[in-house]
Design a protein around this ligand. Structure first.
Ligand SMILES: Nc1nc2c(c(=O)[nH]1)N(C=O)[C@@H](CNc1ccc(C(=O)N[C@@H](CCC(=O)O)C(=O)O)cc1)CN2
Ligand SMILES: Nc1ncnc2c1ncn2[C@@H]1O[C@H](COP(=O)(O)OP(=O)(O)OP(=O)(O)O)[C@@H](O)[C@H]1O
Length: 199
């Protein structure tokens, strides 16, 4: 059944996923993070992107702090959160500055919100993804806005821990679909009907 309150349902799922993530032992987490990075490397080898928009995981986010180390990629961009919660982009590696919410963000020229349109591969953070391509984020709507600007041919992939690829998620018209997940079990493709579903 489609819920009449997707916002409330999203909040409940977010807190369940964040609690489950906290139960991982340090060893389980570092094993899972390494397997996620390995799965991501296979995606990179397949896509051979010139530009990747990635992100620097915070403590407890899948992939760990080495996620944006992507050998063989010409240019890696990381998000810089704007005051309006939209995403600017800057090149990585770069010195890191402490941002809001405990984020570490690259210090360097800001390339503008449209820089994501130049990426052939986007690695987006998420708490869960459904098999029909709905992504649940932290609730700022930052990636909903940013993913509206990606090139039609770009691949959008979300690193997740096992159990976070689910059958169904509450969806709202502004949600932007994603193409794949990378988990400790490997690469998983999801199906969706197009990036522009909100019209
Ligand atoms: N590593 C990482 N970088 C990212 C994101 C992300 O999810 N992960 N973002 C994805 O958009 C953007 C930053 N947006 C964020 C929004 C909220 C929170 C956060 O920790 N929120 C708290 C609750 C905040 C509150 O007090 O209201 C939480 O989720 O517990 C983090 C990042 C860009 N950079
Ligand atoms: N294009 C947009 N412009 C302005 N606000 C938006 C846009 N898209 C979504 N929002 C707002 O952002 C808020 C959070 O949306 P949602 O709960 O879907 O976030 P999320 O996808 O989980 O988070 P994120 O994208 O930051 O990871 C909603 O209140 C929504 O209205």
């Amino acid at each position: 059944m489609v819920s009449a309150a997707p916002g409330r349902d999203k909040r409940a799922i977010r807190s369940a996923v964040l609690s489950a993530r906290r139960t991982l032992s340090p060893q389980e987490r570092s094993d899972a993070d390494a397997a996620i990075r390995e799965a991501l490397a296979t995606v990179v080898a397949r896509v051979r992107p010139g530009t990747v928009c990635a992100y620097l995981p915070m403590a407890g986010e899948p992939g760990g702090a080495r996620l944006p180390e992507l050998p063989g990629v010409g240019r890696v961009l990381l998000p810089v959160l704007r005051p309006d919660l939209d995403l600017d982009w800057a090149a990585y590696p770069a010195p890191l500055l402490s941002g809001r919410y405990g984020l570490s963000e690259p210090d360097g020229p800001r390339l503008g919100v449209d820089a994501i349109a130049e990426a052939e591969l986007i690695v987006a953070p998420g708490l869960a993804v459904s098999t029909d391509g709905v992504r649940l984020g932290r609730g700022g709507g930052s990636y909903d806005r940013a993913l509206a600007r990606v090139a039609p041919s770009a691949l959008v992939v979300v690193p997740l821990y096992d159990g976070e690829l689910v059958d169904r998620l509450p969806a709202e018209p502004h949600d932007r679909p994603v193409d794949a997940v990378v988990t400790p079990s490997g690469v998983g493709l999801v199906t969706h009907t197009g990036r522009n579903r909100s019209g």
